[in-house]
Design a protein. Structure first.
Length: 378
């Protein structure tokens, strides 16, 4: 068994890991960290929940600490691109946590908050910048930031970048970076467009692959319940009554659907919060904080937020609407059964969603267990 101490990480980083209770690296960490420390480009196939943030954050912190120098004004030594605000914030927090003993500084850029404060954070130069592509381009166009001295580029959740239409912005950003750099490219799936992008950005990369997207979490008990669309909200309330001590994440396909479900839950006596693209950044942060603390035990989300929600203790994932992209199912249910715990994933399926169910079962190569409805809700 490989330990973090075997991977060439320095004492300050190892101390931070011990403080967080981490002793043994996950497979993606054990495979990736030695190559990243050597400065190699890397292409990783890994879904959320496999520990890939630490797989790039730990060796990057080590490389910067080994070659400490001040970043030039309006420059960053490391640029990490993430598709959503939640994921960007999570990555930045990981860098700060693992690097707390190193003196390295991390800044964050995403939409929904004032630009001047973000510009001030990088004005004197910053070691690590975590950003979403759209807001990063805003700052580049404002000349508040330049990338000509960036040493390391990380693209996280590249396939989700494709889903959100960020491929063209990423190409624009990449064109502003030095040709001589280290690039780390992570994606849960590798569709043709993402494979092409990886080929353009990476030089002689190392390939690592852990838990392909078609592999669902082993500890998740997966069920499907066939139900009429009009009865879903009653069924959801029944399930929540039976899971009163748990923490439940509910997924809908649309933002308006998330708001409707949240309203129905509150009317039924279940404190709930919604998180989606129409919410302001402060609203999204409050909803996540309330869910993490346990004050709110039900969080209703759309797929745009699925990969950025990293909350311990989620006992149930309920697909109120089945996703029309089968890979999203795997990302959704990956929010439970984390850190060695078990979890339950229940999917509601009305007649119109049966084709989505077939696509999901084809992807994961298994049939979901059909569960009876909790009661005949009226």
């Amino acid at each position: 068994m490989t330990n973090f101490s075997d991977l060439g990480l320095s004492a300050p980083i190892l101390k931070a890991l011990v403080t967080e209770g981490y002793t043994d690296p996950t497979p993606i960490q054990a495979q990736a960290i030695p190559h990243v420390l050597l400065g190699r480009d890397l292409q990783g196939i890994a879904q959320t929940g496999t520990g890939k943030t630490a797989a790039f954050a730990l060796p990057i912190l080590q490389r910067l600490a080994d070659n400490k120098r001040a970043a030039a004004p309006r420059c960053c030594r490391v640029l990490v691109l993430a598709p959503t605000r939640e994921l960007a914030a999570q990555i930045a927090e990981s860098f700060r946590t693992y690097g707390r003993q190193t003196g390295l500084r991390t800044a964050l850029m995403f939409g929904g908050v004032p630009k001047p404060r973000q510009a001030r954070a990088v004005a004197g130069g910053i070691d690590i910048l975590v950003a979403t592509p759209g807001r990063l381009l805003d700052h580049l166009n404002d000349r508040a930031l330049r990338l000509d001295q960036t040493e390391i580029l990380v693209l996280d959740e590249a396939d989700h970048m494709l889903d959100l239409g960020f491929i063209i912005p990423i190409r624009k950003i990449a064109a502003m970076l030095p040709a001589q750099r280290q690039t780390l490219f992570f994606s849960a799936t590798m569709p043709k467009e993402i494979s092409t992008l990886a080929g353009q950005l990476l030089r002689d990369p190392v390939h690592v692959s852990v838990a392909p997207v078609a592999t669902t979490v082993e500890r998740v008990e997966q069920q499907v319940i066939f139900v009429e669309a009009s009865r879903k909200r009653f069924l959801l309330a029944d399930i929540l009554r039976g899971a009163a001590d748990g923490r439940t994440l509910v997924f809908t396909r649309t933002k308006h659907g998330a708001d409707r479900v949240t309203k129905h839950l509150e009317e039924a006596g279940f404190p709930a919060a919604a998180i989606h693209g129409n919410k302001s950044q402060s609203q999204r942060e409050r909803a996540l904080a309330s869910f993490r603390s346990g004050e709110t035990r039900v969080l209703v989300a759309t797929d745009i937020a699925a990969r950025g929600i990293d909350v311990d203790g989620v006992t149930h994932v309920i697909n109120f609407d089945l996703p029309n992209v089968p890979e999203s199912y795997v990302h959704r249910i990956g929010r439970t059964a984390r850190a060695g715990h078990a979890g339950i994933a229940i999917s509601f399926c009305d007649n119109s969603e049966r084709p989505f169910l077939r696509d999901i079962e084809k992807l994961i190569r298994t049939r979901l267990n059909v569960a009876p409805t909790v009661r005949q809700a009226a």
